[in-house]
Design a protein around this ligand. Structure first.
Ligand code: SF4
Ligand code: SF4
Length: 336
């Protein structure tokens, strides 16, 4: 029996950066075959990065107060108003950054936040699901740019992080109480299950972190569930907890995952089949999906290939000129 929860050992180390496309050629090919709308979301995110919008000047007129608990509540609410859907505050140190990097000078806390991905899109796997992922990455980047700027307007340095940044989103979100680490290596939240992506803003503002990580019993559930391990096409989800950089926790073998991650446009089967989805608003969709999966009793790889083919056909039907549909509000704006 695996031990419950995450266990920190004496020998903590900073992790090395793991990047799904270390080979630039593979990265370029993968990008080229993405759906046009996915590439548009990537373009907008790259625009944030190229103009370094995640950092910026600090207002010299600094807020002085003793009510940091009140300011913390305000900043969390501001993050929600800006589009984040789950928000918490975590203490940070260099172990929350990839090796060779560290928090900016004086930054001791992070506002961690999550935005959910539409399960209807996620369960399609393939190009349209990946479009949903990149839409959410863009939204997270946008919130982080605006939230960091907002904190800097109070006279405290703050930095937002793009998805490719040096901060480790999952441990920070775990400490901020956003959810628990699942066997599939992703954060499982109470409201949206594992169908979320994460963002963060770090700051020197003395915000007050959450008292402790969340405990919804998901880790205990993982001890009895093997859905992700059994259905992962790459056998990448290690069934036993491992000591990784000095932390005993669930672990995904990235080199085993990578070929399927690349081949299946981000794959995500492990997130899609996770039964915690059945405890959220997507329960009916999840149950239908799993009923179908079990009824057909065909190997998961074959099923993915079928789904992917359908996804590609749909993407091709939309074609290069596809644009999202906007609801007509009935106004005459812009018309002759
Ligand atoms: S993304 Fe796919 S290949 Fe990678 S761990 Fe999840 S199910 Fe396995
Ligand atoms: S599929 Fe099961 S074992 Fe895997 S993360 Fe979800 S609950 Fe845990």
């Amino acid at each position: 029996m695996e031990p419950s929860g995450i266990i920190f050992t004496e020998r903590r180390e900073q992790p090395v950066k793991q990047w799904p496309f270390p080979d630039k050629k593979v990265g370029a090919t993968t990008k080229a075959k993405r759906h046009p709308q996915t590439r548009r979301f990537m373009f907008m995110r790259e625009d944030h990065d190229s103009r370094n919008l995640h950092d910026g000047p600090v207002n010299p007129d600094r807020l002085e107060t003793k009510d940091w608990a009140g300011v913390t509540r305000t900043m969390k609410k501001v993050a929600l108003d800006m589009g984040a859907e789950i928000v918490g505050v975590a203490p940070i140190d260099e172990f929350d950054y990839v090796r060779g990097t560290k928090p900016p000078e004086g930054h001791r806390v992070a506002i961690s936040f999550a935005i959910h991905m539409d399960f209807e899109e996620m369960k399609r796997l393939g190009p349209l699901a990946q479009m949903e992922v990149h839409k959410v990455y863009y939204l997270l980047s946008d919130v982080s740019v605006r939230l960091a700027q907002y904190i800097r307007s109070y006279g405290y340095h703050a930095v937002g992080y793009p998805n490719e940044g040096d901060i480790l989103f999952i441990p920070v979100a775990w400490k901020a109480g956003l959810g628990e680490l699942g066997r599939h290596g992703s954060l499982i939240t109470k409201k949206y299950g594992p169908s979320v992506r994460l963002g963060a803003v770090t700051t020197e503002m003395p915000l007050i972190p959450e008292a402790q990580p969340a405990n919804y019993g998901f880790d205990d559930f993982c001890l009895r569930c093997n859905a992700c391990t059994n259905l992962c096409p790459g056998d990448a989800i290690v069934p036993q907890k491992q000591d990784i950089f000095g932390i005993l926790r669930w672990h995904v073998d990235t080199p085993q995952c990578r070929p399927f991650f690349e081949q299946y446009e981000g794959c995500k089967i492990c997130l899609t089949v996770c039964p915690i989805n059945a405890q959220t608003h997507v329960a009916p969709m999840y149950k239908n999906l799993m009923k179908g999966l079990m009824r057909r009793k065909i190997p998961i790889r074959q099923l993915i290939d079928e789904w992917r083919t359908e996804g590609f056909q749909e993407a091709e039907e939309f074609g290069e000129g596809w644009v999202p549909e906007f609801e007509d509000d009935g106004s005459d704006d812009g018309k002759e």
